[in-house]
Design a protein. Structure first.
Length: 591
């Protein structure tokens, strides 16, 4: 009988556990993998601030579970578990019961209000994509109401936006809002000076897990560039419907407090008869197992101690404990010893809007540009792992081409998208031109007679006829760089026939690729490479200079309209996903 492995929670840890089980299991293990979540999607929690600040749309931060687990045998169940019977190995919802042999508890965390009066009633948490949408719509509503009121006190209250908590999420959130406020002020005819942005932190500094140099850089950017009022050593004592009260007696009139100052394990932990640590996180051993040896707790739901420290509630920690627990479930099923989980956290990155970030990777402080780039690369790496090229392209599209906030310099231009069918006539003509170039060379005998030569004594270049009547193509001219001439003389000319074959086949191949719209992006890169080669050797002619700008246009995905790429690229993406999940090819793959 199959071993039933249930994974409760489709967050970072749960997804990693399910994918690891599917990838590492063998047929003889006889495992039935089920993941249960109240939502049919996975939320990219680290990107919620971008939705709240109106940088990207909400669909950019949710990934349907059916897409993540396509081409796997992981069963997806949408249900909300209300109770867990650890003694009898059962999960219980309002309508169903789920029996398990092994349980990986990955329910994640939720906001921690620390018992502050009014916080749960009036604060805006940022812990789901619905929270992010609610914040975004509330901010727009505040600007709308402020633009229509004549009462200065009401206007001030509406235009004061407070973020509680100077950790990673709080700093990222106030940064996004600060960028968005610029366009909101123009839209509602409100002066930027009227908008008051505040970041409140109870500790003496923000981003307390970072080194002082990065903290100071972030503080300077927030206060000087984004005009955010950062209040340190300022604990919130009470939240009212229209004001925030601090412990030192100060009162800030506002209709908006976004709460990011703390998390605790999901409330489902509260009723479990398991030993708890700080913030109600379940204590586990070095294998991520609980007191019940067939129950594992991972991610934010677990209190995993390593080298004397509790793992923080970070994505990287969730991924590593999720993977470790899955491997130990397999060890249990196979009768092997469990493997100790040895987490290794590589670093953290904090973005403050689109144009600023700080990062510490393996103890190294990255400069601003590299910190921004690293943030994108980490997200791309994660998305590629759970969803392949499709999710990567979706992420790039949202972040760079469909950005909703004010755009910076070149962003204003490259983020403007237009239908690719306007490129079809250019693509066809470019393909015809390349094809004719190759066919003409065939007629001239490029596949049978060596024709490539160096520069003539009189400096003659390009195609010419020698004294013996032989036609040659001189690939070294007066403007050819010395390094290129060296390569041509030592490598290309002595092997002229081989390189002639390559050129002819490349030109015919490019022609067919452009005409049919097949691998158009790669063909565009190839065309650029060939043209640069010609430019370095014989130079461009009056009839062919346009090949270069036309090839650049092809990089926009010109084959997706009336071309094979419309069908081929999605098919290859699906094949890649299937191969990664199952280590084999399935020829007819329509889903």
């Amino acid at each position: 009988m199959a071993h039933k492995v249930l994974i409760l929670g489709a967050g970072y840890a749960g997804i990693e556990a399910a994918l690891t089980l599917h990838k590492k299991k063998r047929k003889k293990d006889d495992i039935e993998i089920t993941i249960i979540d109240k939502n049919p999607y996975h939320t990219l929690l680290t990107e919620l601030h971008e939705v709240a600040g109106n940088r990207i749309t909400e669909d950019a931060v949710i990934v349907p579970l059916k897409d993540i687990f396509a081409y796997t045998d992981v069963k997806i169940v949408k249900d909300e578990i209300k109770n867990i019977d650890l003694e009898n190995n059962k999960l219980i919802s309002d309508t169903n019961e789920y029996q398990y042999d092994y349980l990986i508890f990955a329910v994640g965390s939720e906001p921690n209000y620390y018992g502050i009066p009014g916080m749960e009633e009036y604060a805006f948490p940022l812990w789901s994509f619905k929270d992010a949408v609610a914040i975004r719509e509330h901010i727009k509503d505040c600007f709308d109401k402020a633009s229509r009121t004549t009462d200065p006190e009401t206007r001030k209250t509406l235009l004061t936006f407070v973020v509680g908590g100077g950790g990673f999420t709080g700093v990222e959130t106030i940064g996004e809002i600060a960028h968005w406020v610029k366009s909101l002020c123009r839209e509602y005819n409100i002066k930027r000076e009227e908008v008051d942005l505040k970041l409140i932190e109870a500790l003496p500094k923000i981003l307390s897990n970072l080194k002082d140099k990065n903290i100071n850089k972030a503080m300077k950017y927030l206060t000087n560039t984004l005009k955010v009022d950062v209040l340190l050593n300022s604990a919130i004592s009470k939240l009212n419907e229209d004001s925030v009260e601090l412990k030192d007696g100060r009162k800030i009139p506002t209709k908006t407090l976004i709460w990011t100052a703390g998390v605790r394990a999901c409330c489902l932990n509260d009723n479990l008869s398991l030993e708890k640590g700080r913030a109600c996180r379940i204590k586990v051993d070095k294998y991520a197992a609980t007191q019940f040896k067939n129950v594992y707790a991972v991610g934010d739901a677990s209190c995993f101690e390593y080298n004397g420290h509790t793992l923080p509630a970070l994505v990287e920690a969730a991924l590593q404990t999720g993977k470790g627990a899955a491997l130990n479930v397999l060890n249990d099923i196979r009768g092997k010893e469990r493997e100790e989980i040895k987490p290794k956290l590589h670093g953290v990155m904090v973005s403050v809007g689109s144009f600023f970030a700080v990062a510490e990777i393996m103890g190294v402080l990255l400069p601003r540009f590299l910190a921004i780039l690293m943030k994108y690369l980490v997200n791309i790496h994660y998305l590629f792992g759970i969803g392949g090229f499709e999710l990567v392209f979706k992420y790039i599209r949202h972040e760079f081409f469909q950005k909703k906030q004010d755009k910076f310099l070149l962003e204003k231009h490259y983020s403007v998208t237009s239908p690719t069918f306007w490129l079809v006539p250019l693509r066809l003509f470019l393909g015809y031109s390349w094809l004719m170039e190759g066919l003409n060379k065939l007629k001239e005998g490029w596949l049978s007679t060596p024709m490539l030569a160096g520069m003539a004594v009189d400096g003659q270049t390009s195609a010419s006829v020698t004294e013996t009547g032989e036609k040659v193509f001189r690939i070294i001219s007066s403007h050819t760089p010395s390094w290129y001439a060296f390569i041509a003389e030592k490598l290309v000319i002595p092997n002229a026939l081989f390189f002639q074959w390559l050129i002819v086949l490349a030109e015919i191949g490019l022609g067919i690729a452009f005409i049919s719209g097949t691998f158009t992006f790669l063909a565009g890169l190839g065309a650029l490479a060939l043209n640069i080669n010609f430019l370095l050797s014989t130079g461009l002619y009056e009839t062919s200079w346009w090949f270069i700008p036309a090839a650049i246009c092809m990089l926009a995905g010109a084959g997706r309209s009336f071309g094979v790429d419309y069908y081929l690229i999605p098919y290859l993406m699906r094949q890649w996903r299937y191969f990664v999940r199952n280590q084999k090819i399935k020829l007819f793959l329509f889903r």
